[in-house]
Design a binder for this molecule. Structure first.
Ligand code: HEC
Length: 121
C-alpha cells in the first residue's frame, strides 16, 4: 500500500511537469464529460456549464440548480482542486453531489483535460 501511495504521488507530481496538452484534452472532454457538460458560457446541460471553471467558486452559477452539497462547498476550482476532484468518484470527493461520475484514473488524460478546461475564460 505504501509503495502504491508513493507511486501515485510520483505520477501525480510528474504529471505537473508535463504541461497538459489542451488539444488532447478536448477529446477527453468529449468522451468523458460532454454528455452532461458544455464549455459554452451560459449553456447548462445535465451539469452546469464549465466555461471559466478554473478560478470559479464551487456551486456558484446563478442559473443552475445545484445539489446542496455542491452549492455549499467552500472551495474555488483551481487546477489542483479539479485534479483531486476528478481523479475519484464525485460522490466521494463531494458527498451528496448529484454528479454521477466515477473518476478519471489516467493521470495524463486528467492533466490534458484540465489544461483544456483552463483555456475557457
Ligand atoms: C453523468 C453526468 C456527468 C458527467 C459524465 C460529468 N459530470 Fe460534472 N457535474 C454533473 C452534475 C449533475 C453536476 C452538478 C452537481 C451538483 O450540483 O451536486 C456536475 C458538477 C461538476 C463540477 C462543479 C461545477 C460548479 O459549478 O461548481 C465540475 C467542476 C464538473 N462537474 C466537472 C466535470 C468534468 C471535468 C467531467 C468529465 C471528466 C464531468 N464533470 C463529468 C454531471 C456530470
Amino acid at each position: 500500500m505504501a509503495a502504491a501511495g508513493m507511486l501515485m504521488a510520483w505520477m501525480t507530481g510528474s504529471s505537473y511537469v508535463w504541461a497538459g496538452d489542451a488539444n488532447a484534452g478536448a477529446d477527453v472532454f468529449k468522451s468523458e464529460c460532454s454528455e452532461c457538460h458544455s464549455v459554452k458560457q451560459g449553456h447548462n446541460k445535465k451539469g452546469p456549464s464549465l466555461f471559466g471553471i478554473v478560478g470559479r467558486a464551487a456551486g456558484s452559477l446563478p442559473d443552475y440548480h445545484y445539489s446542496d452539497a455542491l452549492h455549499q462547498a467552500p472551495w474555488t476550482w483551481t487546477t489542483d482542486k479539479l485534479h483531486a476532484y476528478l481523479s475519484q468518484p464525485a460522490r466521494k470527493a463531494n458527498p451528496g453531489t448529484k454528479m454521477k461520475y466515477s473518476g478519471l484514473d489516467d493521470p495524463k488524460q486528467l492533466e490534458d483535460l484540465i489544461s483544456y478546461l483552463d483555456t475557457f475564460h
